[in-house]
Design a protein. Structure first.
Length: 197
């Protein structure tokens, strides 16, 4: 029942936005009473919090397969590709996590360990960037871990979000996603590292 509520809510949040979805509408969609949903979730904020925590943990666990790669540049490249793969395989998850405004999730109240690379995908990416800075792989003037991390994330996010939101748009003749993702990831890495100079 709990999984059904979460899956239905995710689908509705992705399609209609967080604000437009009510607990009553979720209950109607799954053909249960609102009381049944409130038995599992105190309110809509509690529901979205659990939904996001689950999906963020799934994303972070995807990176476990590449955590042992020694070369930070190769690890960055593989992380970018896994991130794209996650977005394509889970477009509704991705929309709710990164493309749908919803209430802030307070790290202090989260079941996930904020800042732990094993549970926090952003922390995982930051750890790779920090390793690259330590090994002097980035351009000399690039020393800020947060700036580099957020720039890489923004670039790869752009590729995924355009694919999810605009892949059927007839206005643009889209190149294959794999080509766009490869070029974005290579451009970011080449532009940020000393190899690119």
């Amino acid at each position: 029942m709990r999984a059904l509520i979460l899956d239905t809510a995710r689908e509705m949040f992705a399609a209609d936005g967080y604000e437009a979805v009510t607990m009553r509408r979720i209950a109607e969609r799954i053909e249960y009473s609102p009381t049944a949903i409130y038995f599992h979730f105190k309110d809509k904020d509690a529901l979205i919090r659990e939904l996001c925590e689950h999906d963020f943990l799934v994303l972070a666990q995807k990176f476990a397969s590449i955590a042992r790669i020694a070369d930070p540049v190769e690890k960055l490249r593989r992380t970018g590709h896994l991130y794209v793969q996650f977005g394509l395989e889970n477009p509704n998850h991705y929309r709710v996590m990164f493309m749908t405004p919803h209430p802030k999730i307070d790290p202090a109240g989260s079941a996930l360990r904020h800042g732990n690379p094993e549970e926090d995908a952003y922390a995982f990416l930051k750890s790779i960037v920090a390793q690259g800075i330590e090994q002097e792989l980035f351009r000399r003037e690039l020393r800020d871990v947060e700036l580099i991390t957020q720039t890489i994330w923004a670039g790869v996010h752009g590729v995924i979000s355009l694919q999810i939101a605009k892949h059927n748009d007839q206005w643009v003749e889209w190149w294959p996603l794999e080509d766009r993702a490869d070029l974005m990831i290579d451009t970011l890495i080449d532009g940020l590292t000393r190899k690119g100079k």
